[in-house]
Design a protein around this ligand. Structure first.
Ligand SMILES: NC(=O)c1ccc[n+]([C@@H]2O[C@H](COP(=O)([O-])OP(=O)(O)OC[C@H]3O[C@@H](n4cnc5c(N)ncnc54)[C@H](O)[C@@H]3O)[C@@H](O)[C@H]2O)c1
Length: 255
């Protein structure tokens, strides 16, 4: 799918990986509907001008996301793609020193990372399916979801996070099969460790042990390296129904 001139929604677009996608897709001529519970840096909106709109929306809310899509489409025209990045990290052992893990915390992670992802996907798929004129290739659009390598090698304390990201990876193929008849592709990216506000809070010991298990290059990814993968997935129609590891060969140890 061509990026230039098309409308793309990005959830979690105010920070980290989602924000890097917004910047890169705008540079490539997209019109961006940025949804997040927190606003993006003011400098970013000032620099992007008229091709980017921020709409406050919680990905777990049907009403918020529906209204954001409606407002964005009214401003920029039919939706062609979505990049779903909104997510939260959580670490807690199933049995801690003070007893069993919090059920509320587990539910919250599933609610934002999994249910929120599905909510954005289904409403964006509905909007993309309304495009009356598909591209010459019969493609209407593409939806990129964000999983994690924790879907496959979750560490101690990551049961909730891994469950949410594993489910994103697992639903990628059935979603691609559901939406294929509408000319919509669905792809997930499973990042290793990327330098974003989410990872900055990790203690130095944890960061070093992750670097030790990285094959090459022995560094964390930059948000733009994630964004460039998203760009390629959007542009290359052969990506569909799969989850791509983007991790410099990192296989996470137990802790
Ligand atoms: N950074 C990494 O190393 C890494 C690795 C693997 C997967 N991921 C995944 O990538 C995605 C982006 O992570 P990041 O590192 O950029 O984190 P980040 O914390 O920098 O950005 C996440 C954004 O999501 C938003 N958000 C959180 N809950 C929301 C909600 N309910 N509704 C709307 N927006 C909400 C936050 O406000 C924030 O702007 C997440 O899904 C994360 O799990 C990140």
């Amino acid at each position: 799918m061509q990026i230039d001139g098309n409308t793309i929604l990005i959830s979690g677009g105010s920070s980290g990986l989602g924000n890097a996608c917004a910047v890169r897709l705008l540079q490539n001529g997209a019109k961006v509907i940025l949804i997040d519970i927190a606003p993006p840096p003011e400098t970013m909106l000032a620099a992007t001008g008229e091709n980017c709109i921020y709409i406050r929306a919680d990905v777990t809310s049907e009403l918020d996301v529906k209204q954001a899509i409606e407002n964005g489409v009214e401003r920029f025209g039919p939706l062609s793609a979505a990049v779903i990045c909104a997510g939260v990290l959580h670490s807690e052992r199933a049995m801690g020193r003070d007893g069993p893990a919090s059920l509320d915390a587990f539910r919250r992670v599933i609610e934002i990372n999994l249910t929120g992802t599905f909510n954005v996907l289904r409403l964006c798929a509905d909007a993309i399916s309304k495009k009356t004129v598909p591209m010459p290739s019969s493609e209407r659009g593409v939806i990129v979801m964000t999983s994690s390598i924790a879907a496959f090698d979750g560490q101690i304390g990551q049961s909730a996070y891994s469950a949410s990201k594993g489910a994103v990876a697992a639903m990628t193929l059935p979603l691609a099969r559901d939406l294929g008849r509408l000319g919509i592709r669905v792809v997930s990216i499973a990042p290793g460790v990327f330098e974003t506000p989410m990872m900055e809070v990790a203690p130095e010991k944890v960061r070093q042990s992750l670097l030790d298990e990285t094959a090459f290059p022995k560094r964390f990814g930059t948000p733009d390296e994630f964004a460039s993968t998203v760009q390629h997935v959007i542009e290359n129609a052969m990506f569909n129904g799969c989850t791509l590891r983007l991790d410099a060969g990192l296989r996470m140890p137990a802790k």
